[in-house]
Ligand binder design. Structure first.
Ligand code: NAD
Ligand code: UD1
Length: 339
């Protein structure tokens, strides 16, 4: 199949592009590089030994998107193009609603014009909201989100569901990611956050490589086994392979399906630090600080549906996640070269 990745130059998109190419699919990317680098795509091509067609454009631009869908026929779309920093979304809610909702509407409208009936969407465990019991199951309703980023995901799921209700030929697969970490085992592509990392793993890696002095652990008094929050970390290559299964699944069906993509096992912040130190041989200096507003004590996936229906499950361990995150960070201490 020929698969269009909106936002395909980013962290998860670039790893998915590689997984799709390795599975024998063709890849076309539309990205405006607002949070990524063309170098990521170049390295994907180098690792796959195949080329990727790239349209440098805003996914809110209908003429550019339509061109990317009709230059050569596209069989499916994976929608990664979004802004994703929770704290920034609280400060700039309109930018988040404008970008995330508009990219989704534009993609759906252009898919309608181009006759493409298969879309896979990057959603998040955050849509379960603040009150859902753990582990999260796909059959649970969406809940109350604590920030605009989360609400955009919840609203985009609703928009996609409504589009599928109105078009009986459309297939929508909503993938709810848990906590993606790590990098491709080559160390050539990985996570390259702009500025100070918001997420745990890139922060740990940047402390380990000497870019930051110390990690603040957000809260040590949660009702968890060691007092720090627990999350369901998933290796980004396992996640990427989940997308290959999802877009292949979407090609043969219609309607909406939701899948949790997680490992189904929670680890605490302190367990993550220790695992990273063991995998890297480098010590990670940290202090226990205040809780971060909006953090939940713990959540993890019930990942059985993806295994049952998609035939997908994670195969990489916590050690693999830490080893590969470190391999990427130490080989690329400042991320991709900036032009
Ligand atoms: P990322 O920022 O690395 O990738 C997003 C890509 O989309 C970037 O390449 C960016 O340049 C592009 N983009 C954004 N707006 C665009 C626009 N208007 N036009 C064209 N390109 C645009 O993020 P990621 O970690 O790879 O996440 C991918 C998707 O998965 C996002 O939608 C994110 O919200 C979602 N998600 C990520 C996580 C995570 O922990 N990384 C967790 C849950 C969900
Ligand atoms: C966060 C977002 C979530 C988003 C996800 C992926 C919040 C409240 N949630 O999830 O909506 O889908 O990222 O982008 O921001 N931690 C530290 N010190 C740090 C960084 C993190 O102790 O410097 C802790 C956090 O308190 C948390 C864990 O590490 O317990 C994981 O944090 P993070 O990587 O930011 O992911 P989430 O908070 O789970």
């Amino acid at each position: 199949m020929r698969i269009l990745l909106a936002g395909g130059a980013g962290y998860i998109g670039s790893h998915t592009a590689l997984a799709l190419l390795k599975a024998g699919h063709d890849v076309v990317i539309v990205d405006n590089y607002c949070n990524s680098s063309p170098e990521a795509v170049r390295r994907v091509e180098e690792l796959a030994g195949r080329s990727v067609e790239v349209f440098e454009a805003d996914v809110r631009n209908p003429s550019a998107v339509l061109k990317s869908m009709t230059d050569k026929p596209v069989d499916g779309v994976i929608h990664f193009a979004g802004l994703k920093a929770v704290g920034e979304s609280v400060r700039m809610p309109l930018a988040y609603y404008r970008n995330n909702i508009d990219t989704t509407l534009t993609l759906l409208e252009c898919m309608g014009q181009a006759g493409i009936k298969n879309i896979v969407f990057s959603s998040s465990a955050t849509v379960y909201g603040e009150e859902a019991p753990v582990p999260y199951l796909e059959s649970m309703p969406r809940g109350r989100c604590s920030n605009p980023y989360g609400w955009t995901k919840s609203m985009m799921e609703q928009i996609l569901e409504d589009a599928a209700l109105a078009d009986h030929e459309l297939s929508v697969v909503l993938l709810r990611y848990f906590n993606p970490v790590g990098a491709h085992e080559s160390g050539r592509i990985g996570e390259d956050p702009l500025g100070t990392p918001n997420n745990l793993m890139p922060y740990i890696s940047q402390v380990a490589v000497g870019r930051r002095d110390l990690l603040t652990v957000f809260g040590g008094d949660y009702p968890t086994p060691d007092g720090t929050c627990r999350r369901d970390y998933i290796h980004v290559m396992d996640l990427a392979e989940g997308h290959v299964k999802a877009v292949e699944y979407g090609a043969g069906r219609t309607g909406v399906d939701v899948f949790n993509l997680g490992a189904g096992v929670p680890y605490s912040v302190l367990q993550m630090i220790r695992a990273f130190e063991a995998a890297s041989g480098v010590s990670v200096k940290y202090v226990i600080g205040d809780r971060r507003a909006g953090d939940l004590p713990e959540f993890w996936a019930d990942a059985k549906k993806a295994s049952r229906v998609l035939g997908w499950q994670t195969s990489r361990t916590l050690e693999d996640m830490c080893r590969d995150a470190w391999n990427w960070q130490k080989n690329n201490p400042m991320g991709y070269p900036k032009s």
